[in-house]
Design a protein around this ligand. Structure first.
Ligand SMILES: [Fe+2]
Length: 191
């Protein structure tokens, strides 16, 4: 076996290069939308994207760390909600790219952008877990409705539609399912 012959099939490893698009800039696709509409939508979508990634991760944290008599049910519910949030995250990120923007992606960048209060690393009681989730949902819902209105006003109906049909509807439904766990109702004997 000769070691002198260069191996053409050798992958070129360890490469780095310059960015081809800086975060915060927009490439222009022929979408028939104004620069203002695209800029407003991309900024709003990235905010909701960062908050949705945080919420998704919080659902996973609680899925793993949940405790007590409702452990099994909440363990499953939290995971189901995390899966739905993962789909929403993908839709939001791809909408940002569709508009020529750059989707926020990495955990360290998300941590800087999100407005969701970060829970401690340790484990918390179920009512606290649930409260944190509901606050995060409310944050997203308020921002999503505002973005949908603004985007529609500027002619970006695609973003308005995505935000209402995917983000708002799913978050509202998840708020219902999670909120009911904070109703103080007797388990065995009626009052
Ligand atoms: Fe799991």
């Amino acid at each position: 076996m000769s070691t002198k012959q260069p191996v053409e099939a050798q992958p070129i490893l360890g490469q780095r290069g310059k960015e081809i698009q800086a975060y915060g800039t927009l490439t222009r696709y022929p979408l028939g939308l104004s620069d203002e509409a695209r800029a407003v939508s991309v900024a709003g979508l990235n905010q909701i994207l960062a908050d949705s990634i945080s919420l998704r991760d919080m659902y996973k944290k609680h899925h793993w760390q949940v405790s007590g008599p409702t452990f099994y049910e909440l363990h499953l519910l939290f995971d189901k909600h995390a899966s739905v949030q993962t789909e929403i995250v993908d839709e939001l990120a791809e909408r940002v790219q569709t508009l020529g923007g750059i989707a926020i992606a990495m955990a360290s960048d998300v941590a800087q952008l999100t407005r969701i209060e970060s829970p401690p690393r340790g484990r918390e009681e179920v009512p606290v877990q649930v409260s944190r989730l509901l606050e995060a949902h409310q944050h997203i819902l308020i921002a999503a409705r505002a973005l949908a209105r603004k985007a529609a006003e500027l002619g970006d109906d695609g973003t308005a539609d995505l935000v209402i049909s995917e983000v708002v509807r799913a978050n509202e439904a998840q708020v219902w399912f999670v909120s009911e766990h904070l109703v103080d109702t007797p388990l065995v004997r009626a009052r």
